[in-house]
Design a protein around this ligand. Structure first.
Ligand SMILES: [Ca+2]
Length: 307
């Protein structure tokens, strides 16, 4: 028995190492395909769990597997741009558990593969007054926000960062499926109304921050969520999506790969979102690709292969 366990452990470690070195060779298998019956017959549960660990985790570190599946994108009660696309079938893919952090993005800059995140916001027609309001909220202006989401990056910077990692931006459909799964839920966590424990949105702390910049925002909930602007990524585990992705509502919106005319779609919502309807998993936004917004960052996806 001991020697068999040792042999299985060696097999497990060897397989894990091989996969870590050659992610492109991974063939995703669903749990129903894994051969656990033969092992459980022997009454050795550790064997089953080792097999399951290998089979179910084909993603690079920091990413989560989003299983192959079908879902209805949008909803009947969405606005015109959100009308349902009846059934979309998606192959399995991997997606970052959290938004791209300031520190992760800086590593790409240090490697010479990314342009630095900007210290200023930008969009066509931006005024000096807009700069005075917005620039203070670009995280590149601060030395203590390494674990906050990078913001004030344009589409090319977001796509370039993912490419540097051997990944890519998610499609809009992938983003929505990762955020809501296949049960038609309104928010990543379900249908419950948003509150200060589920996300970093605009509570009284954000209203006060806006007021300091001369903005009149309204609070979406009465209790402070603790973060006037961005929060360290993953600060709200109670608001996780069905797949365990964090901050799919609140903190920052995220660039996706999809164009809409000359615009690019971004998904999600931000730290200053103050209307619950804009937190919905089907919420769509679009911006010129050159825009650098204080409420927009990135999250990368990766092809799981096979399946
Ligand atoms: Ca907040």
């Amino acid at each position: 028995m001991r020697s068999r366990n040792a042999a299985l452990l060696a097999l497990f470690l060897g397989t894990s190492l091989a996969w870590a070195q050659r992610p492109e060779r991974v063939v995703l298998r669903g749990p129903e395909e894994s051969d656990t019956t033969a092992a459980s017959k022997d009454g050795d549960p550790s064997y089953v769990s080792m097999v399951a660990t290998v089979v179910l985790d084909p993603c690079p570190a920091g990413m989560v597997i989003i299983p192959e599946g079908a879902f209805v994108m949008g909803a009947d009660d969405g606005d015109r741009s959100e009308r349902p696309i009846p059934v979309l079938h998606l192959a399995a893919f991997c997606m970052d558990r959290t938004e791209v952090t300031v520190a992760a993005y800086r590593a790409c800059v240090a490697a010479g593969a990314c342009q630095p995140a900007s210290t200023t916001a930008w969009w066509p027609g931006i005024t000096e007054a807009d700069h005075r309001v917005n620039d203070r909220w670009c995280n590149a202006n601060y030395g203590d926000r390494d674990d906050h989401p990078v913001n004030c990056i344009d589409f090319d910077q977001a796509a370039g960062f993912c490419a540097w990692r051997g990944a890519r931006l998610p499609t809009e459909a992938e983003w929505e499926y990762a955020a809501r799964g296949d049960d038609g839920r309104i928010y990543p966590w379900g249908d419950a109304a948003p509150n200060a424990h589920l996300l970093n949105g605009c509570g009284p702390e954000c209203v006060a921050e806006g007021a300091r910049a001369g903005q009149r925002w309204t609070a979406m909930y009465d209790e402070s969520d603790g973060w006037p602007t961005t929060a360290p990524v993953g600060s709200f585990p109670a608001g996780a999506s069905p797949s365990g992705l964090l901050d799919m509502a609140g903190n920052v919106l995220e660039w996706t790969a999809d164009p809409l005319g000359t615009f690019r779609i971004d998904r999600g919502s931000g730290w200053n979102t103050d209307v619950p309807s804009r937190l919905r998993t089907l919420q769509r936004s679009w911006m010129v690709p050159s825009r650098r917004s204080v409420v927009v960052g990135a999250r990368c996806a990766w092809d799981a292969g096979g399946s």
